[in-house]
Design a protein around this ligand. Structure first.
Ligand SMILES: [Zn+2]
Length: 152
């Protein structure tokens, strides 16, 4: 963008950001290409991480993927204490193919009002790794944070 074009933009739109002008004025085509390349590689890294599995920290069974991360009540991570005084930090996911549930569904002492819960276990080593929450058609898993690790 040349200076004349910038001045035209300011005349036609006084809200045109000065930062935007500065960014356009003082970067060469090569610099712009380099910046665009960096942004693209950052995006690829994020996409790769999304597709990666989070595995059971005990047996390495594939539990869920980063891409399944969700927020419940505006937070992905929650800290709760159960009626026995045991503290849990859980992470919320909209699916966890490496889990299955045991027992039955109940609303007793639920940490998420309106949601009933079932105990979730690792489908391989059977460790109790969290809870499956259900409210009508809405389902998510709260997986105990320390039992999930990034697959290597
Ligand atoms: Zn396991």
């Amino acid at each position: 963008m040349n200076l004349v074009k910038c001045l035209e933009l300011i005349n036609f739109n006084p809200h045109y950001s000065l930062i935007k002008l500065k960014n356009n004025l003082f970067k060469t085509a090569d610099q712009k290409r380099a910046i665009s390349k960096i942004k693209t590689s950052e995006k690829i890294k994020t996409d790769d991480l999304d597709k990666k599995w989070l595995v059971c920290s005990i047996c390495n069974n594939r539990i869920t993927k980063n891409i399944n991360k969700i927020e419940i009540n505006s937070s992905h991570e929650h800290t709760f204490t159960n009626p026995h005084g045991i503290l849990y930090i859980i992470r919320c996911f909209n699916g966890a193919p490496g889990c299955y549930t045991i027992g039955f569904s109940t609303n007793d002492f639920t940490w998420f009002p309106g949601y009933s819960w079932e105990v979730s276990i690792c489908s391989n080593c059977k460790v109790h790794n969290g809870w499956k929450y259900t409210k009508g058609a809405s389902v998510f898993y709260g997986i105990i944070k320390e039992l999930l690790v990034q697959e290597k």
